[in-house]
Design a protein around this ligand. Structure first.
Ligand code: GRF
Length: 224
């Protein structure tokens, strides 16, 4: 039996790259249905670039200041993605707003991970805001990218408890741990065609929702 070709995935980063590393680690398994064909950063000092290089993944830096405006920069990113023959784009801590034109080109094929349970806490400083608001549950979300920041249809979420003695750092670390589990899982559903974007919504097929396929609840205290 011939194995279906693995989908070609490129990752956009701006910094640390721990989610990128989680995707790379998942894709090392030949059974994972996607391969990471390249990592693109808008910053030359992104630490994730080194991690990608240790895995012999092609990297590319496309610094925004070398382009005249956001549209030109996004066009350069698009060109780099085209050169990589990328079929799917994962944003993993990519800290630049994308133009609607770029988003349109990758509609339904570009996903992002956000460190909060959307639609709560869009934008930055999510852990500090979760603490300030006294929420008892916090987490992360993988969603399709649409022109409005952190607004696209939700694919999967992971929830963690908020402890009364949490700091931004301890809470952020707890969320990050589940981010690293959630992102590969969500990417797998996308490349397997079990989730797609249609009419501005995420549409699922062949997903066991009752088993919790799209919802990680950590540390797993859900009992009947
Ligand atoms: C993560 O918290 C991710 O959810 C957010 O930016 C952060 C990136 O961290 N979009 P890393 O670069 O993946 O370590």
């Amino acid at each position: 039996m011939t194995r279906r070709a693995r989908k070609r995935v490129a990752i956009l980063i701006s910094g640390r790259g721990s989610n990128m590393a989680a995707l790379v680690a998942a894709a090392i398994d030949p059974a994972f249905p996607a391969e990471i064909v390249g990592v693109i950063s808008n910053r030359a000092d992104a630490r994730g670039l080194e991690i990608a290089e240790t895995h012999s993944i092609p990297t590319r830096v496309v610094p925004s200041r070398e382009y005249d405006g956001r549209a030109a920069h996004d066009a350069a990113i698009h060109e780099a993605l085209t050169e990589l023959k990328a079929e799917i784009v994962c944003l993993a801590g990519y800290m630049r707003l994308l133009t609607p034109e770029f988003v349109q080109k990758w509609k339904g094929r570009m996903i992002n991970i956000h460190p909060a349970l959307l639609p709560s806490f869009r934008g930055l400083d999510t852990h500090a805001r979760a603490l300030a608001n006294g929420v008892r549950v916090h987490g992360c979300t993988v969603h399709f990218v649409t022109p409005e920041m952190d607004e696209g249809p939700i694919i999967a979420q992971a929830a963690v408890p908020v402890l009364s003695n949490d700091t931004e750092e301890t809470l952020g670390a707890r969320v990050l741990k589940v981010e690293h589990r959630l992102y590969p899982l969500a990417l797998r559903y996308l490349v397997e065609g079990k989730v797609r974007m249609s009419g501005g919504a995420a549409v699922f097929s062949g997903v066991d929702e009752e088993r919790g396929d799209l919802a990680i609840v950590s540390p797993g205290q859900c009992r009947d």
